[in-house]
Design a protein around this ligand. Sequence first.
Ligand SMILES: [Zn+2]
Length: 240
Amino acid sequence: MPVGRLRQDGDKPFGDDLPKQVALVGGQLRLSVNAFAIDDGHEVILIDTGAANAWHPTMGRLPQALDEAGIDARRIRIVCFTHTHLDHIQGLVLADGRDAFPRLARLLVPREELDLFRTEARLKRFHDMAEPFEAGDRLGTHVDIIGAHGHEVGHSCFRASSGGECILIWGDTVHVPSLQFDRPEVTWEFDTDQDQARESRLRLLALAADDHCFVAGAHLDSPGIGRVARSGGGFRFEPL
Ligand SMILES: [Zn+2]
C-alpha cells in the first residue's frame, strides 16, 4: 500500500513528516491479510475469509493455511465478517469458483452492511443466506460481539473468552502496526468515518490492555496475534 493511505488529523497524508518508526518495504507499506478460526473442539467459527483471487496475487492462501492448521474446511459451518471489504469476504469462493466451505450453514454479516454485502456480484449465491448481527449479540457460549464502527459502518470485533482468558478478533482496528499502536490517532484513507474509526481503535486498545486480552488483527504482521500494553501516551504491541 502507498504510504499516502496513512492520515493525520483532518484526513491529511504525511509528507516529509512521516514518523520514523513506519516500517517500509520498497518504499511501501506491507499489508498482511489474516483470517482467524475459533475451534472449541466441537465447532469451528471462521472470522473473515481473506481475498481469494479477487485482489492481490499474493493473497488467497486461506485453504493452505487451514490445511497447515489441521482444520478441514468441511468443519467450518459458521463464517462471520468483521466488515464487508473485499479482503475479508471474497474467500467464501475459491479461485476456481467452488465454495470454500461446502457445509456452510450460517453467514453472519454486520446489520449495517447487509446491503453492501449484497452488491458483491462474485458472491451472489450467498446474498440470501447472509444473516445480520449487531453489537451486543452473542455467538454460542464463548463469543460476544463488540461494535467497532468507523473503518466501515458496521465494523465489529469478536471477543472469545475461555478459562479466564480472552482474545479480541478485531478486524481492521489497526492497519499499520509499526505506527498505530504507538500513535493510535493516525487513521487510514479507507476508514469510512475517520473520527469514529480513531475512537473505536482507542477504545479497543484500552480494552485489550486493561483486560489483558490477546488481540488478533486482520492486518497485523504474522502471526497476527499478541498482547497490547500501555506505553507512554499510546500503546505497544507484543506479538506472540
Ligand atoms: Zn481489511
